[in-house]
Design a protein around this ligand. Structure first.
Ligand code: COA
Length: 280
């Protein structure tokens, strides 16, 4: 396998099996359905070997309108690494993203590549997972109703800094949304869906850490004894609580952005858990 025999082409559904082989090789937990969801919300490329059928590299970009996109599922076959294919995939996706600010969560392996391409560290993402232990059922959290979607989109836009209506409407279809409602409008929301070995809870958007815990508790009471994953920003201070409730820290990633946002004013609402490392 040499660089000159590898071609990049648009990522299509018939590439999903090849993509799944690569994520398994990398030790990632994604199921075919998780790749399918990512592809439904994204556009990207695969790298094909000379026979034009073996997928040896993948990359996706999930656009949030014209402002922001996340770059995800960046994988190069072990046998093809260290020869510039990761850079080729990244350069292709950067061109496809146009003027959008790009965000990603880097592994240690990807970090040097992203730094060379102008990404800067913005924080640390901690991956928690395990069998959910019993938690007290929270007050004032209820399943979202269809009319809540407008409030949810607005809170998420405030916390994330871009309009993620495609993602959130999709999460409402494939999973469940819940809202924190004290009778004066929505004060926070969370989502849960099947992913990898079990379920993922996120995004979680709330005004403070106690509200974030209440939203988490809503889904954890329903998932007691089952495998749950939560990706949280180190700065959100949820890690100790998650570990106490059965979701130990199993890894971390580096949140990065290109270019770095300047002058963004602090928001009343914070993203306490990501939808996933892929979607932000
Ligand atoms: C990350 C990954 C995609 C990189 O793919 P790759 O094809 O090996 O990358 P490249 O050969 O294009 O190398 C990328 C750049 O990083 C540099 N680099 C790699 N490791 C480095 C290190 N330890 N220190 C400094 N630079 C390093 C390379 O020199 C190269 O720079 P250059 O383009 O200026 O020469 C690949 O290692 C991979 O699939 N890893 C497993 C999955 C993963 O972690 N993906 C990242 C998710 S965020």
């Amino acid at each position: 396998m040499t660089q000159s025999t590898i071609s990049l082409t648009a990522f299509r559904p018939d590439h999903l099996e090849g993509a799944l082989r690569l994520s398994r090789q990398a030790g990632w937990p994604h199921r075919r359905e998780d790749w399918q969801l990512a592809l439904d919300l994204s556009a990207g490329f695969v790298a094909l070997d000379a026979d034009a059928s073996t997928v040896v590299g993948t990359i996706l970009m999930t656009p949030y309108k014209r402002d922001v996109a996340t770059v995800n599922m960046v994988i190069v076959d072990e046998a093809a690494r260290g020869r510039g294919l990761g850079r080729r995939l990244m350069e292709a996706i950067i061109e496809q993203a146009g003027l959008r600010a790009l965000r990603l969560v880097a592994t240690g392996e990807g970090l040097p590549l992203y730094q060379k391409l102008g990404f800067h560290r913005t924080g640390t993402i901690i991956q928690h997972q395990g069998m959910a232990l019993p938690v007290a059922a929270p007050a004032n959290v209820r399943p979202a109703e269809s009319h809540d979607i407008f409030g949810i989109l607005e809170l998420d836009r405030t916390a994330f800094g871009a309009d993620r209506r495609c993602l959130l409407r999709t999460l409402a279809e494939v999973g469940q949304l819940a809202v924190l409602d004290r009778g004066h409008g929505i004060a926070g929301f969370a989502a849960s869906r099947a992913f990898g070995r079990g379920e993922v809870i996120g995004p979680i958007v709330a005004a403070n850490v106690d509200d974030g815990k209440a939203l988490l508790s809503f889904f954890m009471t329903r998932s007691e004894g089952r495998f749950v994953r939560v990706d949280t920003a180190e700065a959100s201070q949820l890690s100790a609580w998650l570990s106490e409730h059965g979701l130990g820290q199993v890894g971390d990633g580096i949140a990065m952005q290109r270019p770095v946002a300047v002058g963004s004013s602090p928001s009343t609402f914070t993203t306490f858990a990501l939808a996933s490392q892929a979607f932000g």
